[in-house]
Design a protein around this ligand. Structure first.
Ligand SMILES: Cc1cc2nc3c(=O)[nH]c(=O)nc-3n(C[C@H](O)[C@H](O)[C@H](O)COP(=O)(O)O)c2cc1C
Length: 208
């Protein structure tokens, strides 16, 4: 089983990065192969909105994007993986540009017949056999967790269309005042998220 962590903070040594690592360690403790993508370190151009990826090559599992950067390789790994951790700070009530650019460039996973109504559909439906868990961090305290709702929506939208379940969704607030005790609690919580993610994927595969 392969679990990928997509980390959208521009700070690669910040809390999102550490929580992602912790969740992946939890997944690894259950035998998963894991890989963390600190997205800011990758060459990811902005989507140009040309629609070539969704309108053409409907026989392929991944559409062809004319932009040349790291996304083609990332999307191949994305399709081959079994589960995902997505982690993002709240920036101005939503995900930061780093994460948003990555999410928009997942458009080749979708197709649409020109002129048809509705939103593009997933090229490959996962039939809820793949799963994902989401982490968001913010400076607002945990009692303001609803501030992270737009982040969770943005991070889970594509999963919904691909039929990938969300197992856990964790908001960690008051991020600039995390003492040692709370830090450990949240590291343990994110580790458990990784464990649970693998367990839930295994259950779905057995048809439980
Ligand atoms: C440009 C910017 C906008 C932010 N907007 C919000 C916000 O709307 N709500 C909030 O709770 N925190 C906000 N924050 C605080 C970040 O969420 C916080 O710095 C981040 O979660 C730290 O995570 P990291 O260590 O992984 O980078 C903002 C921070 C920056 C730099």
């Amino acid at each position: 089983m392969r679990i990928l962590g997509f980390m959208g903070s521009p700070r690669t040594k910040g809390l999102c990065a550490r929580f992602t690592e912790s969740a992946l360690n939890g997944a690894a403790s259950r035998g998963a192969e894991v890989k963390q993508f600190n997205l800011v370190k990758y060459h990811i151009k902005y989507c140009r909105g040309c629609y070539k990826c969704v309108y053409k090559n409907h026989e392929l599992p991944i559409g062809k994007c004319p932009l040349k950067d790291d996304m083609a390789v990332i999307l191949t790994e994305y399709l081959e993986a079994d589960g995902y951790i997505m982690a993002s700070p709240v920036y101005d009530f939503t995900v930061p540009a780093v994460m948003k650019a990555f999410i928009e460039r997942r458009f080749p996973m979708f197709y649409k017949v020109k002129g048809s109504r509705g939103v593009p559909d997933a090229r490959v439906k996962q039939n809820f056999k793949k799963k994902a868990s989401l982490i968001a961090t913010g400076s607002a305290g945990d009692e303001y967790a609803s501030i992270a709702e737009p982040c969770f929506e943005v991070m889970s939208g594509h999963f919904m269309i691909e039929e990938i379940d969300i197992v856990d969704q964790l908001y960690v607030g008051l991020i600039h005042n995390v003492d040692e005790k709370r830090y450990k609690e949240k590291m343990d919580e994110t580790y458990s998220m990784g464990v649970r993610l693998v367990e839930e994927i295994e259950k779905a595969r057995k048809g439980e």
